[in-house]
Write a protein that binds this ligand. Structure first.
Ligand code: ATP
Ligand code: MG
Length: 384
């Protein structure tokens, strides 16, 4: 009897002492959500998890989905066998390379097992050598490994490699944040980073219909869906801000267009955060990247906020952000051409260091509360 399984090891959860039970419960829920729709069983076993009874033809998909779950340190394709030496050897034959150097490494959770770890490694190694003369043992620098894990329940796991997981903390263990998700490169990366630290990340997008079209919205939906593979949330919120942009354009100094719009975005986002139970806002801003992301620009946004605004990319170069976007898989979608709401009415010379008093003076020309109310009336939910 030999069963193909996926072995999951978790990352930082073990650090959490008394809270460990809580972290693990959420971790399991997240693994189950990631595996939804695939036949499987998930079992916890001496410090790790096993996915069993899945369709082995979909093995890669299981590995991929599990590997994306935050809190997963590594996964392995493994074979589950009874813990007698013959069965372990049968599995070791499947895992061992066809030729070249190798080393057997044994871990023994079951301390009552008749052989020590060293003895198990030596015997399995010896049998493999006798079985295949193209193999050679190298205990110092082997080209391949055969790992044997003797478990406490009468079974053993045999596997050949570790695939790194997403790392981080299980989503749902570090509060909730509302992500201001544009169609650009930065904000999906910002959302990913906070989710990786265990935060539940709920996306919100501002559009400027009819100035921006359905394509722009579809693009953001796609980005949100992509992000949801990691954040495990199931909807995107959208709010129309076209009327706000029109009013700003009509009444306020042109060089403050973006700065003023940002303040509206923050205020509207806070209202929605209240509905969602989010404790902070998250943006993809990076210091000095554009005119609105100077200290003066950030101060202007902060001054209308009561919640903290988390900016995980604040110290990143664009190249670093792009590299992360590529790894996450959002880059290709982010660079598709589209009309962002901020490019509508874009001033030729945006203010780079606007004084707060100047901003407030210009903003006083608007009925801020009424504009926010009108925007809230356009709130829509899109299922991902
Ligand atoms: P990004 O690549 O994320 O679009 P950017 O470099 O283009 O960022 P800005 O357009 O100035 O920078 O936006 C700064 C941040 O403001 C974004 O990272 C995002 O968090 C938020 N933001 C901008 N536009 C929108 C929008 N239309 N809807 C929601 N959030 C937005
Ligand atoms: Mg943008």
């Amino acid at each position: 009897m030999m069963e193909k399984v996926v072995i999951i090891r978790y990352a930082e959860i073990h650090l959490k002492g008394k809270n460990r039970g809580y972290f693990e419960r959420i971790f399991i829920i997240n693994l189950e959500r990631a595996l939804k729709g695939l036949r499987h069983e998930l079992h916890r076993t001496s410090g790790r998890y096993l996915v069993e009874k899945f369709d082995t033809a979909r093995y890669e998909e299981v590995m991929e989905r599990v590997g994306r779950v935050f809190g997963v340190h590594s996964c392995s394709e493994g074979l589950l066998v009874p813990n007698d030496m013959d069965s372990i050897f049968e599995a070791a034959k499947c895992v061992a390379p066809a030729s070249g150097t190798f080393k057997v490494e044994t871990h023994r959770a079951d301390k009552k097992f008749p052989l020590t770890s060293m003895e198990i490694s030596a015997e399995i190694g010896g049998r493999l050598l006798a079985h295949n003369h193209a193999l050679k043992v190298d205990v110092h620098d082997p080209a391949a490994h055969v790992y044997v894990d003797i478990r406490e329940n009468g079974t053993a796991l045999v596997f050949g490699s570790y695939r790194p997981g997403a790392g981080g903390m299980p989503v749902g263990t570090a509060g909730t944040g509302l992500l201001l998700l544009s169609g650009g490169i930065d904000s999906p990366v910002a959302g990913y980073m906070m989710a990786k630290r265990g935060m539940t990340v709920e996306p919100l997008h501002f559009h400027s219909y009819p100035y921006t079209n359905e394509g722009a919205k579809e693009k953001v939906r796609e980005l949100a869906a992509l992000l949801a593979k990691y954040t495990l949330v199931d909807r995107l919120r959208t709010v129309n801000v076209a009327h706000i942009q029109e009013e700003i354009h009509k009444h306020c100094a042109a060089d403050l267009n973006v700065t003023l719009l940002r303040r509206f975005m923050v205020r509207i986002a806070e209202r929605i955060a209240g509905k969602v139970g989010a404790q902070c806002l998250i943006t993809g801003e990076s210091l000095g990247q554009v005119a609105s992301q100077t200290m003066e620009g950030l101060t202007s946004s902060n001054s209308v906020a009561t919640l903290p605004i988390l900016r995980p990319l604040i110290g990143f170069d664009k190249e670093e952000i792009i590299e992360r976007a590529r790894r996450i898989g959002s880059y290709e979608t982010s660079v598709l051409p589209y009309e962002d709401c901020c490019t509508v009415f874009l001033p030729e010379h945006p203010a780079i260091r606007p004084k707060l008093s100047y901003i407030e003076e210009e903003e006083a020309k608007l009925d801020v509360e009424a504009l926010i109310e009108e925007a809230m009336g356009t709130l829509e939910y899109i299922r991902l």
